[in-house]
Design a protein around this ligand. Sequence first.
Ligand SMILES: [Zn+2]
Length: 235
Amino acid sequence: MALEYVTGMKGLEEEQKKAEAKAKGSGGNFLFLADGESQKFYFMHDPDVAVGYYEHVFQDKGGWQYIPCPENCKLCASEDDNKTKKSFRVAYLVMPADDRKALVLKANTDLNSTILNRFERRGTMMDKPYILTRLGTGIDTKYDLEIDDGKKLPKDALKKLGITETPTKYLQNIFEGQIDRYYGGGKDQQTNAQAVEDMFEEDEAEPAEPAKPAEPLEPDNTATDSAENAEEEEW
Ligand SMILES: [Zn+2]
């Protein structure tokens, strides 16, 4: 039954993959915590490949907008003071411990110094799950980051989630998509949104690509059972 389903759905899966990639820039794939809320997750890479950028946050078009600041930024040039303000953020790809998907954690400077501090002392962020707790709102927002006692992230976790490019490139694509979406795909803003399309053309050119995002929950029987792998989180 299950195999038949996957085979029959293959065409739709391709479409789904494209649709999901387009949605990535829309805000649905960001880790969001309300005041007092916690999330246990894995860092999918270390801070050396995280993406630092400036972000404009303002209300427009019926909601809050979180728009990365590109070269020749129109928002920076805006006469509206609410739009010109921007904050530095560092983006990390994380995977919730209770879910098999990649989310973008946007760390403010406070949280990022905590992450860097832990990284300097421990050498990696990927050997244990972490619990992030948000305390407060607005400019008083603080984050608590605890190391949890749990198994490590599997080495090929990104591939299992269907992410074949580097974390840096993947994050850059998301932000370019966000900018592109806000400006309606206009070419006057240097967004390089074409990169998102290129990503899929590359995928299609490599039919032998083993990553199957629709089956991330399947146990990976091909994984070699080294002593190190035995300590990894099971899929
Ligand atoms: Zn700007």
